[in-house]
Design a protein around this ligand. Structure first.
Ligand SMILES: Nc1ncnc2c1ncn2[C@@H]1O[C@H](COP(=O)(O)OP(=O)(O)OP(=O)(O)O)[C@@H](O)[C@H]1O
Ligand SMILES: [Mg+2]
Length: 298
């Protein structure tokens, strides 16, 4: 049995390893976040990376469904003491680990102190090291979406060429900039008819951010083509990069993943424990209490 004090100390100190925590988010729903996260995870795993996907989206098309997996437990069961975090984690293709969505996810933002410690105490599970943690957030500017985005080291905004998707992406970036001080974002333009169209959309969003928000940097990671086989893959509960690895969408997403890999994390510090620390222990009183617990009852 591992020493919980050691775990908590590591959490409080920020830990010594630094996998990247990347959220994939959007202003408008249905633009392809879950598709991007699922396939990105598989590409990263095929490059030999250890990946954990945290499905923080309560929408209908969840990652476990996309991959044909059936969760037995969810975060709520952990909070109720019915199982440990590792019992919730599903194993996907190529060893990808998945924390499936559940109603418990929404409540992570409002956990009692006792519940926060329940989650924190399960973090030994992550000792076996991860290179990436991908968060599939819901769409929009709800508290839950902001909560996960602000805990991530990089924020990838998925946008499609639809005008409403662009304006909603701007609204999301604006809230993250003005209310949470986040200045850098990565962009993936999905469902484009040509790479040129993708670049145009990115340019439009950059212009409007430049004009109204000033010091916001948007990095264009690339675009993904509209491909009618993608919804077919989802219906078949398979990742498109597995079904058509040589297709244009898979090639473009591989390029995007490689660009993400080359880029330094936006927020320099952080690891999985650090992520959970930020996620769960951000309220001042809880943080102090947890700090106190390190030298006290732990
Ligand atoms: N490049 C693409 N070409 C064609 N269809 C696509 C493409 N990307 C996504 N889709 C389709 O769009 C639909 C929505 O995708 P997805 O569920 O990934 O979006 P989402 O942003 O996660 O949605 P939500 O906001 O509801 O969680 C799916 O049916 C998917 O197959
Ligand atoms: Mg989704």
């Amino acid at each position: 049995m591992k020493d919980q004090a050691q775990t908590l100390r590591r959490i409080v100190n920020g830990g010594d390893k630094s996998p990247q925590v990347i959220s994939v988010t959007s202003g408008k729903g249905g633009v392809g976040k879950t598709t991007v996260v699922t396939n990105m995870a598989i590409i990263l795993a095929s490059l030999g990376k250890k990946v954990l996907v945290f499905d923080a989206d309560l929408g209908l098309a969840n990652i476990d469904v996309m991959l044909g997996l059936t969760p037995r437990f969810n975060i709520k069961h952990v909070l109720e003491g019915q199982c440990r975090l590792e019992d919730v984690i599903l194993e996907g293709p190529l060893g990808i680990k998945i924390i499936p969505a559940s109603s418990g996810v929404q409540e992570l933002a409002e956990l009692s102190h006792e519940q926060q410690l329940t989650i924190v105490n399960t973090l030994d599970y992550f000792d076996d090291e991860l290179d990436y943690m991908l968060l599939d957030t819901g769409a929009g500017i709800s508290r839950n979406v902001m909560y996960f985005n602000t805990a991530a080291q990089r924020i990838v905004v998925v946008v499609t060429p639809e005008p409403t998707s662009i304006t909603d992406a701007y609204a999301l970036i604006k809230v993250l900039r003005t209310k949470h001080g986040i200045k850098r974002f990565d962009l993936i333009i999905n469902n484009v008819l040509s790479a040129g169209e993708g670049n145009e959309v990115a340019k439009k969003l950059m212009m409007v951010c430049d004009r109204f928000l000033g010091d916001v940097a948007l990095d264009m990671l690339g675009s993904l083509p509209h491909d009618s086989s993608i919804p077919e893959c989802i219906r078949a509960q398979k990742a498109f990069v597995g079904v058509k690895p040589a297709g244009e969408a898979a090639r473009r997403l591989t390029g995007i993943v490689k660009r993400l890999e080359q880029a330094a994390p936006v927020h320099s510090s952080g690891n999985i424990q650090f992520f959970f620390k930020r996620l769960l222990l951000t309220q001042g009183k809880v943080m102090n209490h947890a700090g106190h617990s390190v030298s006290g009852s732990y």
